[in-house]
Design a protein around this ligand. Sequence first.
Ligand code: 8YV
Length: 332
Amino acid sequence: MSKPRILVARGVFPQVLQRLEQHFQVQANPRDEVWTPQQLAAQLADKDGALTTGSERIDRSLPAACPRLRIVANMAVGYNNFDVDAMTAAGVQCTNTPDVLTETTADFGFALLMATARRVTESEHFLRAGRWKQWSYDMFAGAEVHGTRLGIIGMGRIGQGIARRGAHGFGMEVVYHNRSRLDPALESECKARYVAKEELLRTADHVVLVLPYNATSHHTIAATELALMKPTATLVNIARGGIVDDAALAQALRERRIAAAGLDVFEGEPQVHPGLLDVPNVVLTPHIASATVGTRLAMANLAADNLIAFFDGRGPLTPVNTPAVRTIAPSI
Ligand code: 8YV
């Protein structure tokens, strides 16, 4: 029997492509184009499996248009780019890449928190523009980090990593809000206390968002929530665009209703709300929280491992759903 046909929907490490080529007939995307849902459906029409990233949308209509498709392995821990219900109903396996990016992403969450509180990019722009003429007592004076109250919304693995860094490394008092409370042993390991969302927003000096995006988490932080925050507080979003109402945040930053924000993800990215580009008190990065060479390689290899294990009949390593087996035409 011939090898299953796989689409690698975006550019990926050559060594991962070579691994996949040992197991599959691979169609790659050497120019690393981002396809529209229609183009993606056309590319997948004759494929048995796919390796995708967060930029590929697998929408409701795609499984019917791609009758051979049995698995889509996302090179991301988040999978809000998938219509999981439609994929499950159609018998398409979904996988993601948890764990391998947890610590790297938590590192970046902390880096963004520090850069935001201590005005790192704003002061660098000032220096590069040749505007640094003398030291002064309040030049780029920012917000304290050590010993302050850190509020984490979304206490999964990455949230817990940020809590540990804050509590153990920076002596912060950590409060968190989540769909459900952590078990007491994990709470004490993270030195984190569960509070209501409103209490967190009213009292935290730094708020970090690490929750998954879905219909319930859409605009978790909008004008009402921003109004609850301290005027000295900072907000960091390393979760997903759409969790923050970017227009409301741009206005709050412009009016200094909160001190500053650090954003790695945006509504409608790679577009960025023009109001955010206009204000100095925001640090903006292009969705790079998991971007170290080692972690991106581990993510790509885990996505490849999921495809290989699935077609070997061993079952995927990190499944997102448990679909019934899809009945398909035999491979040609
Ligand atoms: C990815 C991410 O870089 O894993 C996730 O959910 O957001 C990032 O680590 C991005 O989604 C590309 O697939």
